[in-house]
Design a protein around this ligand. Structure first.
Ligand SMILES: [Zn+2]
Length: 195
């Protein structure tokens, strides 16, 4: 039996050691009127909140085939994934997903609607995938990908996918494909069946 793919990218580091406001050492405690442990600076009083991060990506469709990339970076080096990555500051969800698709596959795409929203609370992440149409079969994988290619349902390396959010998004896509309707799906990966 193959081990189920992990459902997350590397989580954000838990704590910073020093205050970004004044440089003093931080301590971990629950501030007054709060309910969570935080990194607190007792020198200047700053509370350094940490919040979930968005991972944004696409399901790039070329006819009957889906564009996948083989990862050239950890985690999950050598495994296949939909193009996706951490959202950058100052960009929208769509812009982030488009950027990641261009960076990882060098693909020309037209962005479509949001398709899956997947909470990954144990990794402090939310993964969001957009439908996208590939405009040209020409690909130029970037340094984060060993290769990129197009796969129909039977060709997808189901046992070699990098993340559970990717395998689940692909499974939903092929479930919806016969109807041609792709309603937004939102769920919690910790409740999803492991693949
Ligand atoms: Zn401080």
């Amino acid at each position: 039996m193959t081990k189920p793919a992990p459902s997350f990218y590397f989580p954000a580091p838990r704590t910073e050691k020093f205050c970004s406001q004044c440089g003093s050492a931080l301590i971990r405690r629950i501030p007054p009127d709060d309910s969570h442990m935080r990194d607190v600076c007792e020198h200047c009083g700053a509370v350094h909140y940490q919040n979930p991060r968005n991972v944004v990506g696409t399901i790039p469709v070329w006819g009957d085939k889906i564009l996948l990339c083989r990862r050239a970076i950890e985690p999950r080096y050598d495994k296949w994934t939909l193009p996706a990555g951490f959202m950058e500051l100052s960009e929208t969800l769509d812009q982030g997903a488009l950027r990641e698709t261009q960076e990882e596959a060098g693909a020309q795409i037209k962005m479509g609607p949001l398709y899956t929203i997947i909470d990954v609370p144990h990794a402090n992440q939310v993964h969001l995938f957009f439908l996208a149409t590939v405009l040209s079969p020409e690909l130029h994988p970037g340094p984060e990908s060993l290769e990129a290619g197009f796969f129909d349902k039977s060709e997808i390396p189901w046992g070699e996918l990098a993340f559970r959010t990717v395998s689940t998004t692909l499974e939903h896509y092929f479930e919806d494909k016969p109807s041609g309707k792709y309603p937004v799906r939102h769920y919690d990966i910790t409740m999803a069946v492991a693949h």
